[in-house]
Design a protein around this ligand. Structure first.
Ligand code: GLV
Ligand code: MG
Length: 341
């Protein structure tokens, strides 16, 4: 049986592309914790089995005078914890900050054997990835690490969005890209003051519907629009073209679980494989949203079975299926298989 990977492997144009398997371990939620916060760090061992990825955050939300404590807290927590199948990631400080060099100089030799992915914030172009790539290669060689640490970029500046394709293809270490809606809003000079999600002012209004009797016009429904649609779609295309994984980032209104779920689901339907969870309440949302529903999986398997070798066309329940819907169904079925493995 063919798998979705047969259809979605990036094409090598010109010089042969480095062959590298993106790890297929699930990463539906990248759960952030502050490693300098002892109470939070103490919960890591019990949190690890509940999430796909645990990320020790060193960047924004960690005050300047706590950067060193966060870095050392991450070393301590990583050394003391058995993460099982859960991935350990870190978000280092931005490349123009005074802390990032010490982040990498400390983390790679101390816990490089446990770190799966380094998330790099405010990436503006391929040069930022090249810099981290070379530094990691030197530090890994010095530490005698046999397994490369992968790199994840946050798309959160207007320049980064303009360069997203070159960022996605900048290194064989690239694991994926997350949308960073809060910094991106500031970089674009958007007039919002929130972390992700929609805005009640960003809407379209239905045309006026004049009353037939010449009286007052009927009320005009409004529809809130998705502020992030364009960027997510652009990021997904860049990631798909380079065989890496796209993610929605943070949703800051922890209490609005409904809007969080909507935002995550839109991202899932557009091609993202996961999102950040900033609070335990968002873990279950991400798990639910980024796992295909049993109904969708059953339907996908039905289409795959009916399509035989995947060519031609069949009618199922009055709906036409062909080679292209077969490929869509393989994506859903493969995801279900990967999550069940
Ligand atoms: C995340 O880092 C964001 O800026 O949204
Ligand atoms: Mg940010």
């Amino acid at each position: 049986m063919r798998s979705a990977k047969d259809f979605f492997r990036p094409l090598a144009v010109g010089a042969p592309a480095p062959v590298r398997e993106v790890p297929l371990r699930p990463s539906r939620m990248i759960h952030f914790f502050d490693p300098g916060n002892e109470k939070m760090a103490a919960k890591v061992p019990s949190l690890a089995p509940q999430v796909d990825v645990l990320l020790g955050n060193l960047e924004d939300a960690v005050p300047a005078d706590r950067k060193e404590a966060a870095r050392l807290g991450l070393v301590k927590t990583a050394r003391a914890t058995d993460f099982g199948d859960t991935q350990l990631w870190t978000r280092i400080n931005s490349l123009d900050s005074p802390w990032v060099l010490d982040d990498l100089l400390t983390l790679v030799p101390e816990i490089g054997d446990k770190l799966d992915v380094v998330m790099v914030p405010k990436v503006e172009g391929a040069q930022d990835i090249h810099y981290v790539d070379r530094l990691l290669a030197q530090l890994e060689a010095k530490a005698g690490l046999g397994r490369p640490i992968l790199v994840h970029a946050i798309l959160e500046t207007a320049t980064g969005v303009a360069n997203v394709e070159e960022i996605a293809g900048a290194s064989p270490r690239m694991q994926g890209i997350s949308l960073g809606p809060a910094d991106l809003a500031a970089s674009r000079r958007m007039k919002t003051t929130r972390v992700g999600g929609g805005h009640p002012g960003y809407l379209v209004r239905a045309d006026p519907a004049p009353a037939a009797d010449g009286g007052a016009d009927a009320p005009r429904p409004t529809f809130q629009q998705d502020l992030w649609h364009y960027t997510i779609a652009r990021m997904v295309d860049a990631c798909a073209a380079h065989g890496i994984l796209p993610y929605y980032g943070p949703f800051g209104d922890i209490q609005d679980v409904t809007a969080c779920e909507d935002q995550f689901r839109n991202a899932f339907l557009l091609g993202c494989v996961g999102a950040w969870s900033l609070h335990p309440a968002q873990i279950a949302i991400a798990k639910r949203v980024f796992s295909p529903s049993p109904q969708d999986v059953a339907w996908a398997r039905r289409v795959i079975a009916a399509m035989g070798d995947g060519t031609g066309a069949v009618m199922i329940d009055g709906k036409m299926q062909d080679d292209a819907t077969y490929k869509q169904c393989l994506v859903v079925a493969d995801l279900a298989d990967a999550l069940a493995a």
